[in-house]
Design a protein. Structure first.
Length: 351
């Protein structure tokens, strides 16, 4: 059914190439699939990380293409931060290989660091110091010196709209402001590559939008490559060229564009609340209509997943339901991460 070809790259890493349909790929092992031959920013190859007996990263392979925004999605505890920590050199792999901009992180960590900016999950700012002093410390650390220094700090603080607050201690900042400051700090030495671990966790909606704008700008105007992790599908959707979903340290969804993902899992979900439940025969009947991917009924609410470009059956569905019950409410929406995740693993996000 599938053809596998081993491919060895000049940097010594290897992948198994698959000539399989997406369905095939998803139904069997997802370990070493990523077909791409262009410039690569990060190549993770058969990465394993154990903490004692516990396997946090379980044979993970993926690539981040040069110049893309790549999103690593997954529920809490799925291994996102562990992955970021390993590729930042903060944690050592148990086995496997991580190559960042052509350098093996276990051998050339210093080379990698110079081209890397990171916004860790714990924002790790000095709370008692001002925004400016925090930036200044980081500039020292990364050798941003000379006449450029003050100019660069000013520029970055302006970028995240915190210049007016430069003299205030970070302890007076909101969660969103702290994340923005952490982003400005990560950008200070003009890294080629950025790691953002849950960049908008605990951030209010307005700040979230602002952070999204900065991240998109980094890619589009400055040509940066961004690897971010998130718990939010809408964030991945807004930002990422490609996303992968992991759970228990394994890929459960291959790296794909958000559009491909949503198409696969039904572009639109219709929730129809009825005054009484409908028969299982009618549920089956609706399920068989073309363009309908799945139908489930829970507590008088029908959840119908349908392909995005085919809403023509909606009228048909409504008149069918009206024969058995009355409709109280209809709403349409995109699937959320929970639903995509559920349809793949049979379990929900853990929190
Ligand atoms: N230093 C550590 N020692 C033991 N277990 C750890 C350590 N760091 C992470 N883990 C475990 O590894 C798993 C993945 O954690 P993490 O990468 O932080 O997940 P995520 O960032 O996706 O929420 C979790 O079960 C976590 O408890
Ligand atoms: Mg994490």
């Amino acid at each position: 059914m599938s053809k596998k070809e081993k491919k060895v790259f000049s940097d010594g890493s290897e992948i198994i190439e698959n000539n399989r349909s997406l369905d095939d790929q998803l139904s069997i092992d997802l370990q070493d699939v990523d077909i791409y031959d262009g410039p690569v920013a990060i190549r993770i190859n058969k990465l394993i990380k154990r903490f004692g007996n516990f396997t946090a990263i379980d044979n993970l392979s993926l690539i981040v293409k040069y110049g893309e925004i790549f999103g690593l999605l997954g529920p809490n505890g799925s291994g996102k931060t562990t992955t970021i920590n390993i590729i930042s050199g903060l944690s050592k792999p148990t086995s496997g290989q991580v190559i960042v901009l052509g350098n093996d992180i276990t051998k050339d960590l210093h080379t990698v660091h110079a081209s890397l900016g990171a916004v860790p999950q714990e924002t790790a700012l000095y709370e008692e110091l001002s925004a400016w002093t925090n930036m200044s410390f980081h500039a020292d650390l990364y050798g941003v010196v000379g006449s450029d220094r003050g100019k660069r700090i000013t520029e970055m603080l302006n970028l995240v709209q915190l210049y007016e607050r430069k003299d205030n201690p970070v302890s007076t900042f909101s969660g969103g402001m702290k994340r923005r400051l952490a982003l400005a700090r990560a950008l200070l030495h003009d890294p080629q590559l950025l790691y953002l671990d849950e960049p908008t966790l605990g951030v209010d909606v307005q700040s979230r939008r602002a952070i999204w704008d900065y991240i998109i700008n980094l890619k589009e105007k400055k040509g940066k490559t961004v690897l971010l992790t998130t718990n939010y599908l809408e964030e991945a959707n807004a930002l990422c060229d490609r996303i992968a979903i992991i759970d228990h340290g394994k890929l459960v969804v291959l790296p794909n564009t958000p559009a491909e993902l949503k198409q696969r899992y039904g572009d639109i979900i219709m929730d129809i609340e009825t005054t009484s439940s409908i028969t299982s025969q009618l549920v089956m009947h609706i399920q068989n209509i073309s363009g309908i991917n799945s139908v489930t009924q829970t507590n008088n609410i029908l959840k119908i997943t349908m392909s995005g470009n085919d809403l023509s059956s909606t009228g048909n569905i409504i008149s069918l339901i009206n024969k058995e019950s009355n409709i109280k409410r209809i709403s349409q929406r995109e699937p959320n991460l929970e639903e995509i995740f559920l349809s793949l693993t049979g379990t929900g996000l853990r929190d």
